[in-house]
Design a protein around this ligand. Structure first.
Ligand code: NAP
Length: 317
């Protein structure tokens, strides 16, 4: 199946020493100096390989600062950046930090505070997103916050977006889709989880497509869960395709997102250049699924409630 989807890179794993992890071997230097060096290496490698879209957030440790410094230093005129507001990183680079590493606050005060730093990504900043919009945080009904976002959209000429997580992504997206400020639909862009295991947003994402919204897919590798050899339903199918197309399982999973949905972007969450190189193999010209292969992959979807329950139990290390 043909696809026009571009691969972007997210900085969630690049700006802080601990993130959601599946693999056991993590013998890496976790000092801030080594992290900054690695982040710049990954960003440069991505750019050299043709990646032009970069996504970050204030809660990705130093991830937003790294992107500001990188774009200011490298001066590429053709990059497309997005960031978010609403979560604060609180683990303070402490290894083995017990408790939540990110704290949510969807208030006007947090928006104004985080925008002060995030606007340093301008003029390449093209999308400003509510980080993990939920119904219970009240963000989608907070008129003061929505008006401020609309002001940013109008004055800065950028897209306003939301990111979503959890088993009620559909409900949140549909609610956000209808929000208007000054008779203008507020949200232009949607960063959503969709992957081989979690396909419950497929229909709503097609509604977004029909309305020409920007669609960014995150967690295409299900936070690494697609690599789980113990999964006797999913793993053999992915392994078979990986052998056939001579690419890794990660490339198969990213390609699935591209071919089944054709979103505007799919994010790589690579934590080093090696992973990014593997992820970018999703773009190899010989990798195109047959209709029956795509059908087989679609059948690997799991129950969204179970999927998100499992995600909430993944450890940060
Ligand atoms: N709520 C939100 O707004 C939200 C939430 C999540 C993500 N995001 C965005 O989406 C981006 C991508 O999401 P994500 O990183 O969470 O999820 P992901 O793409 O599903 O998983 C990324 C993880 O997969 C592993 N990986 C990647 N390539 C690999 C390879 N070739 N071999 C082995 N392991 C590999 C790495 O884990 P290890 O580091 O353990 O090796 C990496 O951290 C983020 O950077 C962020 O920009 C946004």
């Amino acid at each position: 199946m043909s696809t026009t989807t571009k691969i972007g890179i997210g900085l969630a794993a690049l700006g802080r020493p601990e993130y959601i992890n599946i693999r056991e071997n993590h013998a890496i230097d976790k000092s801030p100096v080594a992290f900054r060096e690695n982040a710049f290496k990954v960003l440069d490698f991505a750019y050299a390989k043709g990646v032009r879209y970069f996504d970050t957030a204030p809660s990705y440790g130093k991830g937003e600062r790294y992107l500001i410094d990188w774009k200011t230093d490298r001066k590429h005129s053709d990059v497309f950046l997005s960031t978010k507001w609403g979560y604060t990183y609180v683990a303070n680079w402490e290894l083995g930090y017990q408790g939540k590493h990110e704290v949510k606050e969807h208030s006007i005060e947090k928006l104004l505070e985080q925008w002060k730093e995030s606007k340093l990504l301008l003029p390449e900043l093209q999308i400003y997103q509510v980080h993990s919009a939920t119904l219970d945080s009240g963000i989608l009904k907070n008129e003061v916050v929505l008006s401020q976002l609309h002001w940013i959209k109008q004055v800065m000429g950028i897209q306003i977006g939301i990111s979503t997580s959890g088993d009620n992504q559909n409900e949140i997206i549909l609610e956000a889709l209808n929000i208007k400020v000054d008779n203008d639909y507020l949200f232009d862009s949607f960063q959503v989880t969709y992957n081989i295991l979690e396909q419950s947003t497929f229909e709503v994402l097609n509604v977004l497509k029909s309305k020409n919204k920007t669609i960014i897919i995150k967690e295409a590798l299900a936070n690494g869960r697609i690599f789980n050899k113990e999964n006797k339903t999913v793993f053999p199918v992915l392994e078979g395709l990986s052998k056939k197309y001579k690419v890794g399982i990660d490339a198969i999973a990213i390609r699935f997102v591209m071919e089944s949905l054709n979103p505007t972007y799919v994010l790589s969450g690579a934590s080093d250049t090696n992973q990014l190189e593997q992820n970018l193999k999703a773009l190899e010209p010989n990798l195109t699924f047959s209709a029956s292969e795509l059908k087989e992959l679609k059948l690997l979807r799991t129950n969204p409630t179970a999927y998100w329950e499992e995600r909430s139990k993944l450890s940060w290390d």
